[in-house]
Design a binder for this molecule. Structure first.
Ligand SMILES: CCCCCCCCCCCC(=O)SCCNC(=O)CCNC(=O)[C@H](O)C(C)(C)COP(=O)(O)OP(=O)(O)OC[C@H]1O[C@@H](n2cnc3c(N)ncnc32)[C@H](O)[C@@H]1OP(=O)(O)O
Length: 251
């Protein structure tokens, strides 16, 4: 199988690396220049060669499979089954993997989701925190609140760091998603330039975690965003982030 490669895609005056693939060309040899006409208020991923899937077009069967595989991952992580059972399940899983591997989706495939308030949000379909087709994602579904977004997620031992607690890297990942999403819906999509996380209290597993991101202020393409996680009403982690919006037009 050919590995996906990176291409450089031009966003106005800025070069941002966008993902395309699979391809056999050298990632940095090929330079794709896109139309830099001003975009109304947010970039259309299709202008950068990225396909967009509507979230409600994802088949129920795939959603069910994603949930089932997520449960399988949890079961594998915690199993104490005997070796014969493990060998049998291993063989079955490998056969199933061969059956379902139809070839990779194009890297960078986006999904458009409509939040409860009607706000449309674009993200990558396999986003590790919120991607609807990614069984490795918790997943975190964020909804629009005043000034940003908020959602609740409960994490199992698959996300364990210290005993009974969420891994610090995953806490940062949840916060990164929240601040990125807040910035995206309040202004326009961008990339995280800076993320500072303060771990205030232990973040427990098997407990609903309320994850929030809110835009504090904007300055040209810079969007300053705060984020925090609450468990049982107590803040366990907070973040200050700087997002840089994808330029909308030349200049
Ligand atoms: C199609 C839809 C896709 C939509 C895509 C949506 C994806 C959402 C992803 C979720 C969040 C992530 O995980 S993002 C993944 C993690 N982050 C990354 O990989 C980003 C890697 N870094 C970069 O690519 C770049 O450094 C950027 C894009 C962040 C900034 O580069 P740039 O675009 O060239 O910006 P540049 O002109 O240099 O700077 C603009 C302004 O920001 C300031 N600035 C820039 N970086 C920093 C910084 N680290 N700390 C302080 N300030 C900074 C500059 O001083 C300047 O201020 P002034 O002169 O205006 O005062």
């Amino acid at each position: 199988m050919v590995s996906p490669k990176y291409h450089r895609v031009e966003f106005g005056s800025t070069l941002v690396r966008a993902l395309h693939g699979p391809t056999t060309t050298d990632p940095y040899e090929e330079h794709m220049t896109v139309n830099t006409q001003p975009v109304a208020d947010r970039p259309d991923p299709r202008a950068f060669g990225l396909p967009v899937v509507e979230q409600d077009q994802i088949p129920d069967e795939l959603r069910s499979l994603v949930a089932g595989v997520r449960s399988l991952v949890e079961a594998v992580a915690d199993t104490e089954a005997d070796p014969a059972t493990l060998a049998e399940v291993d063989e079955t899983v490998r056969a199933l993997t061969d059956r379902i591997a139809t070839g990779p989706r194009q890297v960078g495939t986006m999904v458009r989701r409509t939040m409860a308030d009607g706000t449309d949000e674009l993200g990558t379909i396999t986003n590790i925190v919120a991607g609807p087709t990614n069984p490795a994602a918790p997943p975190l579904e964020l909804e629009r609140v005043e000034g940003g977004v908020q959602g609740t997620v409960t994490l199992s031992t698959t996300y364990q760091g210290p005993p009974g607690l969420v891994h610090g890297g995953w806490i940062a990942a949840l916060l990164d998603q929240a601040v990125g999403s807040a910035s995206g819906v309040e202004t326009s999509p961008g990339l995280t330039a800076k993320l500072e996380v303060n771990y205030r209290n232990p973040t427990p597993l098997f407990t609903p975690l309320e994850v929030t991101g809110k835009v504090v202020r904007t300055e040209r393409r810079k969007v300053y965003v705060s984020g925090w996680i609450r468990a049982n009403g107590q803040v366990t982690a907070e973040a200050e982030a700087l997002m840089i919006r994808v330029p909308m037009e030349e200049g």
